[in-house]
Design a protein around this ligand. Structure first.
Ligand SMILES: Cc1cc2nc3c(=O)[nH]c(=O)nc-3n(C[C@H](O)[C@H](O)[C@H](O)COP(=O)(O)O)c2cc1C
Length: 221
C-alpha cells in the first residue's frame, strides 16, 4: 500500500484487540518515528504495553477500549510546535496505516498525568496517537465539499484537486475541517480558520495535501 492509498484507508479507531505490535512491523514503525525525531527536533515516543493512559472511562466524545500502545508527541514550546507535531504525527499515522495498524489522534481523552511520566521536564505534550490492531478499521468521516475549503481565482489543476481531496480525508479534531487553501499559480497557502487544536490540524492537512498533490507540483507560500 502506498501513502496515497493509506490516506484513503485511514480512519480513527478507538477499540483495539490484544494483538501486540512486534517484529518487522514494530521495526518499521520505530524507524519512521526515529526519522521524524531526527528531522523535526520534536520528542516522539512510542509507549508499548501501557494501559493506564487510557485506563478507565474518561468522559468525552471518544470512548476508547484496550488502548495499550500510544505515541506521545511533545517538545519545547515554540511558535511552530503544534503545526510541526501535526505534520510529523500524520506522517507516522500514515506509515502505521501502511503497516496494517490502526490509529487515533487524541488531544483530550487520555490521562495526561500518566503520559507526563514519559516526557522530558519542560516539554509540552501536544497530543498522543493511539496505535495497534483495531477491532475494525473505522468508518469514513462526514466531509465538507472542496468548494467549502478552497479560495480560487483560476481553474485549479489536477494536482491541486487531488491535494484537496487528500486534505478532506485528513483527521481533524472533532472532525471540524476548519481550514482553507488558496491557489496562486504553483503557490499554495493553507490557513486554519480556528477551533480546537487548529494548528495541529493545519499540520495534518498540509501533510495530506502534499501526499495528494505531489510535492514536486507546488510550493508552500
Ligand atoms: C488534533 C486532534 C485531536 C483529537 N482528539 C481526540 C480526542 O481527544 N478524542 C477522540 O476520541 N478523538 C480525537 N480525535 C479524532 C477525531 O475525532 C477524528 O479524527 C475525526 O472525527 C475524523 O474522523 P477520522 O479520523 O475517522 O477521519 C482527534 C483528532 C485530531 C486531529
Amino acid at each position: 500500500m502506498d501513502t496515497k492509498e493509506a490516506v484513503k484507508l485511514r480512519h480513527s479507531v478507538r477499540k483495539y484487540t490484544d494483538k501486540p505490535i512486534k517484529g518487522e512491523t514494530l521495526k518499521h514503525l520505530s524507524d519512521e518515528i526515529k526519522s521524524c525525531v531526527h528531522e523535526s527536533g520534536l520528542s516522539i515516543r512510542l509507549i508499548k504495553d501501557e494501559p493506564k493512559a487510557f485506563g478507565s472511562f474518561i468522559p468525552g466524545y471518544g470512548i476508547f477500549k484496550n488502548v495499550k500502545n500510544y505515541i506521545i508527541l511533545s517538545g519545547p514550546k515554540t511558535d511552530d510546535l503544534d503545526e510541526k507535531a501535526g505534520w510529523y504525527g500524520e506522517r507516522i499515522v500514515l506509515k502505521a496505516t501502511q503497516l496494517g495498524l490502526d490509529t487515533c489522534w487524541v488531544g483530550l481523552t487520555f490521562k495526561k498525568s500518566v503520559a507526563k511520566n514519559y516526557v522530558k521536564d519542560g516539554n509540552k505534550i501536544i497530543c498522543v496517537i493511539a496505535v495497534g490492531y483495531g477491532e475494525n478499521h473505522g468508518v469514513p468521516h462526514k466531509s465538507k465539499t472542496p468548494d467549502k475549503v478552497c479560495v480560487l481565482n483560476e481553474k485549479p489543476p489536477k494536482w491541486f484537486k487531488e491535494g484537496i481531496n487528500a486534505a478532506l480525508l485528513a483527521p481533524t479534531a472533532v472532525n471540524q475541517q476548519r481550514f482553507k487553501f488558496f491557489l496562486n499559480g504553483n503557490n499554495v497557502r493553507a490557513v486554519s480558520t480556528g477551533g480546537f487544536f487548529s494548528k495541529v490540524d493545519l499540520g495534518i492537512v498540509k501533510y495530506h495535501f502534499e501526499v495528494g498533490a505531489g510535492k514536486e507540483n507546488f510550493n508552500w507560500q
